[in-house]
Design a protein around this ligand. Structure first.
Ligand SMILES: NC(=O)c1ccc[n+]([C@@H]2O[C@H](COP(=O)([O-])OP(=O)(O)OC[C@H]3O[C@@H](n4cnc5c(N)ncnc54)[C@H](O)[C@@H]3O)[C@@H](O)[C@H]2O)c1
Length: 375
């Protein structure tokens, strides 16, 4: 079986999640290639060397450029803060590597579009880490929408509540810095926007609002929003509502996504991540309401790769399913969601940010045109 060399930039939480997935994917499903954890990079030699040993890498380096020089690294997987993504991705593409990049693709649409153009010109496989698409229940939701389970989509609402920023004593780090961490809109909202556009098509215009409730940390100015929300209008004419907050007390990672079509409703809530709620207008009146589907039946997406029905999966499965799919399609492709989708999501994030700042509806095409790109 051919081996595929993996190089990861960064050694934090996402590097751990990706290393876990490369290790577990070949255990849970048969793949056309075998991933080898060749090299991991990080600026702190002590921390990166310990991470390399713990995650099972053959070697480590304090300079991410080494990932590009190694002939036995086929895929560069970027798990560093968003402000570093585009530079590393463009360099990896120029070196002929396939590139996987954690979300959000960048900290601005212009940067994201440049990265998408770089991988296109280099002709390398590319993917963005929108892992929640690969939760079995979310994949099933998409499949049921495509199969007409709700009819024509009229309404979509997606909310992500986290308490990550609630404590004002949390010291300043990259997540509070606009140029390195992006925004809460892009951090949490990028997942929601990716799932929403995957399920309901492109977003035409947005009206957003934002707040930063703790404006200083460690005596430095916080330059990102703590919470934002937006009304959106899809290209199809469907209406949407998004909310993303890192200021919701006792809410760890609670996202919900609900779609109402002309014939049915589908609703997903992360705290019950193996379930999907479904209400169908054609049901007998006596069954009025929403039924709970256990998204683990062998007929459901990814179920055959996991445990017997009833055992469920968790967060780690999103990475195993996602990176497993990419490995399975290496080197022919296609990979999805790709950088082009990552850039489209970034345009919506930026439109919400601009709308909130300028207190007006903003067309996504305005953001694209501002960066010199025709929608
Ligand atoms: N898909 C998901 O579920 C998910 C979850 C969390 C984070 N993320 C994304 O993954 C990426 C990394 O997040 P994380 O939670 O692993 O962060 P982290 O803080 O745990 O790790 C970040 C890594 O980048 C390094 N780093 C920090 N500042 C840097 C800089 N200026 N230049 C180069 N390297 C730097 C750190 O040393 C560390 O190795 C972010 O883009 C984040 O949005 C995705």
């Amino acid at each position: 079986m051919p081996e595929v060399g993996i190089g990861i930039a960064g050694y934090g939480m996402m590097a751990k999640a990706h290393a876990y997935a490369y290790t577990v994917a070949p255990v849970m499903r048969s793949l056309g290639c075998r991933p080898r954890l060749r090299l991991i990079s990080g600026r702190d030699r002590d921390k990166v060397s310990r991470a390399a040993a713990a995650y099972g890498f053959e070697a480590w380096t304090a300079d991410w450029h080494d990932l590009l020089d190694r002939r036995d690294v086929d895929i560069v997987d970027i798990c560093t803060p968003p402000g570093t993504h585009a530079e590393i991705a463009e360099a990896a593409a120029a070196a002929g590597k396939a590139v996987i990049c954690e979300k959000p693709l960048a900290v601005s649409f212009a940067q994201a579009a440049a990265a998408a153009e770089a991988v296109r010109q280099a002709g390398v496989l590319n993917a963005v880490g929108f892992n929640y698409r690969r939760l079995p229940a979310v994949s099933l939701m998409k499949r049921m929408i495509d199969e007409g389970g709700v009819g024509s989509v009229r309404l979509l609402r997606a909310v992500w509540l986290s308490d990550e920023f609630v404590d004002p004593a949390i010291p300043f780090d990259w997540r509070f810095d606009r140029s390195m961490g992006g925004t809460t809109i892009a951090d949490l909202g990028s997942h929601l926007i990716d799932m929403a556009t995957w399920m309901a098509g492109g977003i035409a215009e947005v009206s957003g609002q934002s707040a930063t409730f703790v404006p200083r940390r460690s005596n430095q100015a916080v330059t990102v929003d703590d919470a934002s929300s937006a009304l959106v209008r899809f290209e199809s004419g469907a209406l949407g509502v998004f909310e993303m907050a890192r200021m919701a007390v006792r809410r760890p990672c609670d996202f919900t996504i609900e779609v109402n079509g002309d014939r049915g409703t589908l609703a997903f809530a992360y705290p019950r991540l193996n379930e999907l709620l479904y209400g169908e207008g054609a049901d007998r009146p006596g069954l009025y309401g929403m039924r709970t589907i256990r998204a683990e039946h062998e007929s459901h997406p990814y179920a055959r790769n996991w445990w017997p029905v009833g055992q469920g999966v968790g967060y780690g499965a999103t990475f195993v399913n996602h990176l497993g799919d990419l490995l399975d399609r290496y080197p022919e492709g296609p990979w999805e969601p790709d950088f082009a989708q990552g850039a489209s999501v970034q345009a919506v994030c930026e439109a919400i940010e601009r709308s909130a700042a300028e207190r007006r509806w903003v067309a996504v095409s305005e953001v694209m045109a501002g960066a010199g790109i025709r929608p």
